[in-house]
Design a protein around this ligand. Sequence first.
Ligand SMILES: [Zn+2]
Ligand SMILES: [Zn+2]
Length: 249
Amino acid sequence: MQIKAVGTSGGKTIRNLLTTFLVDNTLALDCGSVCTGLTLSQQLEIKDVFVSHVHMDHIGELPLLVDNKALYGKTITIFATQTTIRHLREHVFNGIIWPDFEKIPSADEPALIYRQVEYFEEVEVGDYRLTPLPVNHINGSAGCFIQKGDVGFAYTSDTGETDVIWEWLGKQTALKGLVTECSFPADMENLAVISHHLSSPMLEGELTKLKSDADIFIYHLKPQFANRIREEIKGLDVHILTDGEEIVL
Ligand SMILES: [Zn+2]
Ligand SMILES: [Zn+2]
């Protein structure tokens, strides 16, 4: 399994791309930079998208991806929780902010299909088995565990402190690699708590809950504090991702 970390930052600047991970070129996890970070032909290869939650840094370029593919007559399937799908329909693809691609080019053959997922219920997504997992972020948020053969990859997406995902992932013997977040430095723990993110010490605490020898990759550093966060977590056995980097499991 090859995971391209297209965008890994918790904030946007000319040098930082927002959250998008691409599994074997065909399955996108979030769409913060799915157009900025990929060529048109790479975008056209994407068949499915898992949307972890509707924060702008995770869905900002989803409407543009759907539009790009629709112009070539290609359909995209969005896998998300009921809450996330409701928000996408009501607030994004609502005919005002962006066209309702469930009716374009026609309701019979739309450019956009939603597939509702449930926590802990495995679904088939292309060649993969994907299990959505609850995390501590906004309502409807989900991380996921993706498995193909005996190789498993997990993505927590944005999350504050939690137990259930670590406990569940600890039982997955196929787990080879995991992406989780660290948004803030130690002295901004209050903001991390109220925004349901992790600070450096909180990340360290969370990782002690995971009973696995999987490789740990970190994303979502706020660029304003990235240097401090790097310094604070340099003793942990983790790898901080950079935009465009590839993970091979
Ligand atoms: Zn978020
Ligand atoms: Zn985010």
